[in-house]
Design a binder for this molecule. Sequence first.
Ligand code: HEM
Length: 241
Amino acid sequence: MRDQTVEQVIYWRFNVLHRVVHLVVMFAFIGVGLTGFSMAFSSVGLAQTFVWLLGGIDSVRYFHRFCAVILYLCVVTEILWGLYYRFVLRGNLLGPNSICFRIRDLRFFREHMGYLLGQSEGPPRFERFTWWEKLDYWTLFLGMHSMALTGVFLWFPEFFSRFFPGYFVNIAQVLHFDEAILAVLYKFFIHTAVRHLRPEVYPGDWVIFTGKVTKETMMRAHPGEWALLNAHQQGSATRDQ
Ligand code: HEM
């Protein structure tokens, strides 16, 4: 959507729902990370200080579950949004504006690697979401399901032991802990570096907070989307004549 009320032409990339969900996910994720690792490394001084600040281990366990529920509600919100996008807005989940992967992303990936290795003049003509943005989204979205599954085993061990052998709870704990390490490493290093430390956006890419991009950014970072948007606008102008 185009907004010309300010001097510079800007485009709305993220609506208010996605911006709020991202903000909530960010804080809830930091919450589960801090509380989870304080429980896992409770003999370490730093963890003990954090536990003390939160009012003891019971509060930490409570906060972990609280943040986990908030995090999972964000996942549910995204599922509901996907349904709304598909069935009410009649959006195409496999179209160029969708966050879903499509075969074309494999070509974008190959061309992008070629560009980074100096084999081509410029990056591919990315559409609305690049392959790494989709990867970012889906690692968290899918990862949250497995974290929630192992998490509820740890939350209600007696209940699940009625249906599964007791060692399933031990397996859940190992998987929960290992995936937590992976998730935190991915989000804090890869996500942060790829999103904010690229030369084009350094020292930070604030689009998920402001929701807006400039025309220049659209043309540089999402030329495929820009071309589609123009083709669409020209199509409507021709029809209006
Ligand atoms: C999404 C739903 C999640 C649920 C339902 C959940 C639930 C739980 C529960 C019930 C525990 C056991 C706490 C206790 O001992 O009292 C736990 C431990 C833990 N959680 Fe989560 N959690 C979730 C997500 C996460 C995420 C996203 C992370 C990390 C980013 C994480 C990191 C941890 C860690 C590190 C532990 C300690 C594991 C250990 O002691 O070996 N959790 N979680």
